[in-house]
Unconditional design. Structure first.
Length: 139
């Protein structure tokens, strides 16, 4: 993708990164006013570790994407750059391959820093992992 294509993609509110596509992300609900996103992810055979569970790195990437998407929804100007400064992930349940449901929300947003949280649940509704993240806005 060229630099021009990158800038145009940043302005498209429905564009998903190649990473999000790899994770099988499907947006189900979004609310810019609340800074809220709900999405599903498809964890396939290629996401599984030696123990037969979804590798924690993939779960962290899903949670980072949820937090980042929630923050991105709150930007006044589409295409405002942002970067993750910190991501803390807690793995609290079993994550098997298949569909994972996620929610992300903005906890607090300032002019140049935002704090967001996210959770992932398995198909049975059990909590699998949660994260909190700090973002630099206008990076």
């Amino acid at each position: 993708m060229s630099a021009t294509d990158d800038r145009l993609a940043a302005l498209d509110l429905d564009w998903e990164s190649p990473a999000a596509v790899t994770l099988g992300k499907t947006v189900l609900e979004k609310d810019a006013e609340r800074g809220y996103i709900r999405a599903s992810f498809m964890a396939g055979d290629n996401f599984v570790n030696r123990g037969g569970r979804v590798f924690g790195g993939f779960l962290s990437a899903m949670l980072d994407g949820l937090c980042g998407h929630a923050v991105r929804l709150t930007h006044e100007k589409p295409g405002t750059p942002q970067v993750t400064l910190e991501l803390k992930t807690s793995f609290v349940g079993r994550a098997d391959k298949g569909t994972l449901m996620g929610e992300g929300w903005v906890r607090h947003r300032g002019k140049s820093i935002a704090f967001a949280e996210a959770e992932l649940r398995n198909e049975g509704g059990d909590l699998v992992a949660r994260a909190s993240a700090t973002f630099k806005i206008g990076a």
